[in-house]
Design a protein around this ligand. Structure first.
Ligand SMILES: *Cc1c(COP(=O)(O)O)cnc(C)c1O
Length: 462
């Protein structure tokens, strides 16, 4: 689009024959004009997230004029034979936006030449799309939450006359959502078993190979969810780094636990796919070492429907990337919309959504960013340190869930109060409008004003 806008601008200043007339200075001037209309949002510090394509590809598909422009504006000293479209976008804009506060700091380090221009607006998710039916029904029936569908900010001021009763109903809705998820998995396991018996097709889950009465999950068992793209920096297999240590925690305390994983890798991301394979390879060992207390399940076919079932049906949402490579991490926000506490590395949005003892837990390295922080090299992924940190934390989480469930429910209420008002799309869009002086029709501008008071992504005082 930027390229097309530059072409149009050139035509406007040089006339119909601009292709023959344009010089480098004309292109730069046109780009400067176009830049005034662009706010560019950068989404990830990870290399694979930035489009670079071989220059030779363009010879066959685009006009000489485009080459001329891209040569000037999409060049990348690190890969001279490619056009780098992130570099292009980072050059031609009015301002650059990152998707969380920490991501802003990381992006400034990665692009020092334009550091001054880089600001932050933390991502949000569409609350109406991600709050489960059961929870939505409760919110509809709660007087103090009147208007929550139009304004997620109402959760910030919910003064519940009967908090005890609200908590109880939230617990029932949660149990219902957990049941739906567990039934879905049990049906899947049994379908896969039937398929194996009648066709010899191997099921993806170890549990489908066990006796039918053993291959069922139970509702109400502490359930951990993890679903997102499989990409090495996200470290889906981190918590299985030391299976004996993990199993030991469960066996000692006789705690049951379900680990539910879902996600797909990019078709060309072989290392990403191999992480998925490792998850499956761990299933039997974890089952055996924990005497059947732990079940590790992979749900194929990850999509938004499965995502919604998971973020509302689990008891905690796990996020274990290498800090600070997760720019935002929106799936954890979807869990928070349902009151589900996050169990996460201090990365992306969680730096802003975590309140000690109130909204969930943190684990893993959260010290200063150093030279190795931005590396994606396998040797720098901190598996040993961060998994041990997880094993130190896990017993506290399980104990709270099984022995002090009222406290656990309080975490859910705190998430509704503290995180729903912030990590939603209404607030995010409103912040874009305010920060970048975007013009809107008067009616929309008036409506959105409300949401502009909710949060300031740039500063720590909300
Ligand atoms: C939310 C969502 C994602 C993104 O999750 P992240 O935590 O941001 O990685 C990916 N896929 C689906 C289907 C989703 O619903």
């Amino acid at each position: 689009m930027t390229l097309q806008l530059i072409l149009r601008q050139l035509e406007k200043t040089l006339g119909k024959e601009y292709r023959h007339a344009m010089r480098d200075e004309d292109i730069i001037a046109a780009a400067q004009e176009v830049a005034q209309h662009i706010v560019y949002t950068i989404h990830t510090p990870v290399k694979a997230g930035h489009d670079r394509f071989a220059r030779s590809l363009y010879t066959g598909i685009s006009h000489e004029t485009c080459h001329h422009i891209l040569n000037l504006l999409a060049n990348d000293a690190d890969s001279p034979h490619d056009y780098n479209f992130t570099a292009f976008a980072m050059r031609v804009n009015r301002t650059i936006n990152s998707v969380s506060r920490l991501h802003r700091d990381v992006t400034r380090k990665q692009f020092p030449d334009v550091a001054d221009k880089i600001k932050a607006i933390t991502n949000g998710v569409h609350h109406l799309s991600w709050i489960s039916e059961a929870r939505a029904e409760l919110f509809d029936n709660t007087e103090e939450l009147a208007g929550w569908r139009d304004d997620p900010g109402v959760f910030a001021h919910m003064e519940l006359r009967d908090e005890q009763s609200f908590r109880k109903q939230l617990q029932q809705a949660w149990y219902q959502d957990n049941q739906v998820l567990i039934e879905y998995i049990n049906k899947m396991l049994s379908d896969h078993r039937t398929q194996m018996d009648t066709t010899w097709i191997d099921p993806p889950n170890y549990l489908s190979h066990r006796l039918p009465e053993e291959s069922r999950l139970l509702p109400g068992v502490f359930t951990v969810g993890f679903a997102r793209r499989f990409s090495t920096y996200k470290r889906a297999d981190l918590i299985f780094d030391d299976i004996p240590a993990l199993a030991d925690i469960l066996v000692k305390n006789n705690w049951r636990i379900n680990f539910l994983f879902a996600g797909k890798a990019h078709p060309q991301d072989e290392p990403g796919k191999s992480v998925l394979k490792l998850i499956l390879d761990n299933q039997e060992e974890l089952h055996t070492r924990s005497n059947g207390l732990a079940q590790l399940i992979f749900i194929p076919g990850y999509d938004m429907r499965i995502a919604k079932m998971m973020v509302s049906g689990v008891h905690t949402w796990l996020n274990s990337p290498k800090r600070p490579l997760e720019a935002s991490g929106t799936s954890g926000m979807k869990a928070a919309m349902n009151g589900v506490p996050n169990l996460s590395v201090m990365d992306g949005w969680w730096v802003e959504g975590y309140h000690e003892g109130a909204t969930g837990w943190k684990f893993g390295y959260d010290g200063p960013l150093n030279a190795e922080s931005l590396s994606e090299h396998p040797d720098t992924l901190l598996y040993a340190e961060d998994s041990q940190s997880f094993y130190r934390l896990l017993p506290k989480v399980l104990e709270q869930f099984y022995e002090r469930h009222d406290e656990y429910m309080q975490l859910a209420v705190n998430n509704l109060r503290l995180n729903v008002p912030i990590f939603n799309t209404h607030r995010m869009a409103a912040e874009y409008v305010r920060k970048y002086d975007l013009e809107l029709p008067a009616k929309t501008a008036a409506r959105i004003k409300n949401f502009q008071q909710l949060y300031r992504s740039e500063s720590s005082d909300a």
